[in-house]
Ligand binder design. Structure first.
Ligand SMILES: [Zn+2]
Length: 245
């Protein structure tokens, strides 16, 4: 592989950064380490925007991801994903925006088995779930348009950020907003290694965003960025969505 590549976010030069064993997982932060596979995954980091990514996954099909990452062992490296996280995220939406639910047409992008959406529906929300792994043949444009899109635990998992953004852009109404989660890498990669717990190929964490890279990624699609916390962000067009208040 070349030692430099064009950055998928900003097209500046991205240089080879470091490798991580395929089995490096987020659970290492809790002291639980899987047996190393010896397969080393290369990550590149953009010299312009700081986006850090593992280019070999761009070639992977959905089936490859299902076989090697999102398989029956995945729950061991992400124990919250089946039930705890959908409940937590539904609570977060309900608590913060529930009073505006009559104005919200919600899509949970990357919603897995659809649990979060079902929880919101039970509270009277107009909510739908879409996940490329659950609905591989779905035409994005057939889903309709939404003024509130959530994408929890999605951005760091995508092998091609352009496909993700094109899809989100197609689904978003003009005055809508995309509420999404991903931990910012700022300050985490400064030692020149992938020691950061979040940089974890076994979890499918293959796209690591800096604040600058998220901002520039949004700009390419006419979206502005507002970071609500270090891990929760909003993309919107000219005006903040009216359900945000
Ligand atoms: Zn870049």
């Amino acid at each position: 592989m070349d030692n430099t590549l064009p950055c998928p976010v900003c097209n500046n030069q991205a240089a080879f950064f470091d490798t991580a064993d395929f089995n490096k997982s987020c659970e290492e932060r809790r002291g639980i380490a899987l047996q190393p596979t010896g397969v080393m995954i290369q990550y590149f980091r953009c010299l312009g925007c700081g986006f850090c990514f593992a280019p070999e996954f761009e070639q992977w099909t959905l089936e490859d991801f299902s076989t090697h990452i999102y398989n029956e062992d995945y729950v061991a490296v992400d124990p919250d994903y089946l039930s705890i996280r959908p409940h937590d995220n539904a609570d977060l939406l309900s608590r913060n925006f529930g009073k505006n639910k009559a104005r919200i047409r919600h899509l949970d992008y990357g919603g897995g088995n659809g649990m979060m959406s079902e929880l919101l529906q039970a509270e009277g929300w107009n909510s739908k779930s879409y996940d490329p792994f659950n609905d591989p043949d779905m035409q994005i444009s057939s889903l309709g348009k939404f003024n509130c899109i959530t994408a929890f635990e999605v951005f760091e998992h995508v092998p091609d950020v352009s496909v993700l953004m094109q899809n989100l852009n197609t689904l978003l109404e003009d005055k809508g907003g995309i509420l999404f989660s991903t931990l910012l890498s700022d300050g985490q990669l400064d030692d020149g290694t992938l020691g950061w717990w979040y940089a974890a190929p076994r979890n499918g964490h293959i796209s690591l965003f800096s604040a600058q890279s998220l901002k520039w990624l949004g700009q390419r699609y006419g979206l502005q960025l507002r970071s609500l916390t270090n891990g929760t962000h909003l993309f919107y067009r000219e005006v903040l969505p009216d359900w945000l208040s």
